[in-house]
Write a protein that binds this ligand. Structure first.
Ligand SMILES: [Zn+2]
Length: 281
């Protein structure tokens, strides 16, 4: 493969999440129409993956498959080619309800393979639920993105790939800067990369997400190290200490600028699909 520094960088935009509100930042897209508009703007700015949660009419997180279906349909229509990644994360519902949207066959879904602490609670991912979500993703031909909140989660992905619970090479995302979980620590980050290369091969793609002020830090570490980058209002609401981010697209542009700084082309949706082994549309 080419020099890692010249490889296209996939930018993922996490548009909404479960927690942020309009009170936190009026740019957080909550309604379906807002989500589609915000994603479209981010897509035009260079994002090729949309990581999606949905909210109910009161703005609370939900796993309602009908809401996910409407969002997926809207994104496929207004952002043709963009990779749609639906969240099975734990804030939006308990147990198998977290995977109720998987029969929609999105391109990708997030998959947490172990538990850890979150700011105010345990992020609970019991083995039987993880196995059920992974089995659903196999059945519906969905590429999981493994959310690694901890080193053990990378090893768990390896184990699951070895025994056939995951198809192909796991695509791992390092998540750093969640309060009460792994902070943005450069030595750990470098060790995560070494571990992914050792377990999955030198050329295995990986990505990274930082929460809050760590977002820009993780963007820079990932982009300069040959990885892929996640940004968006789910993870961070601010441009800097004094300014709220005006949109998801503004955060995408920040990542695009870093790609320029390190000589990484920004992946088109076609390149992103090819890198991740996804179907072309
Ligand atoms: Zn999420």
């Amino acid at each position: 493969m080419s020099d890692p520094a010249e490889r296209p960088c996939i930018i993922c935009v996490a548009i909404t999440g479960s927690l942020p509100t309009k009170e936190n930042n009026p740019a957080v897209p909550i309604t379906l129409a807002e989500q589609i508009e915000s994603t479209h703007e981010a897509f035009e700015a260079g994002a090729s993956i949309a990581h999606c949660h949905v909210r109910d009419d009161e703005g609370r997180p939900t796993s309602d498959p009908d809401r996910f279906a409407a969002l997926k349909e809207g994104l496929e229509k207004h952002c043709p080619g963009m990779i749609v990644q639906l969240s099975t994360g734990g804030r939006s519902g308990a147990g198998q309800a977290r995977g109720a949207m998987l029969p929609l066959r999105p391109d990708m879904a997030s998959l947490s393979v172990g538990s850890n602490n979150f700011p105010t609670r345990v992020y609970e991912n019991p083995p039987d639920l993880v196995d059920w979500l992974a089995a659903e993703m196999l059945e519906y031909d969905i590429k999981p993105e493994i959310e690694a909140f901890d080193l053990s989660h990378i090893f768990q992905a390896k184990k699951m790939a070895e025994d056939g619970r995951l198809a192909g090479t796991p695509y791992v995302q390092f998540v750093m800067g969640v309060k009460n979980a792994m902070p943005a620590d450069r030595d750990v980050f470098d060790y995560y990369i070494r571990t992914v290369k050792r377990l999955f091969g030198e050329d295995a793609p990986w990505c990274a997400a930082g929460i809050g002020a760590s977002q820009i830090v993780l963007n820079e570490w990932a982009i300069s190290s040959g990885g892929h980058a996640r940004t968006g209002l789910e993870d961070n609401l601010r441009l800097d200490r004094t300014r709220l981010a005006p949109s998801n697209a503004a955060l995408v542009r920040r990542a695009v600028e870093l790609c320029g700084k390190y000589g990484r082309p920004v992946a088109t949706w076609r390149q992103a699909r090819q890198i991740l082994g996804l179907r072309m549309v």
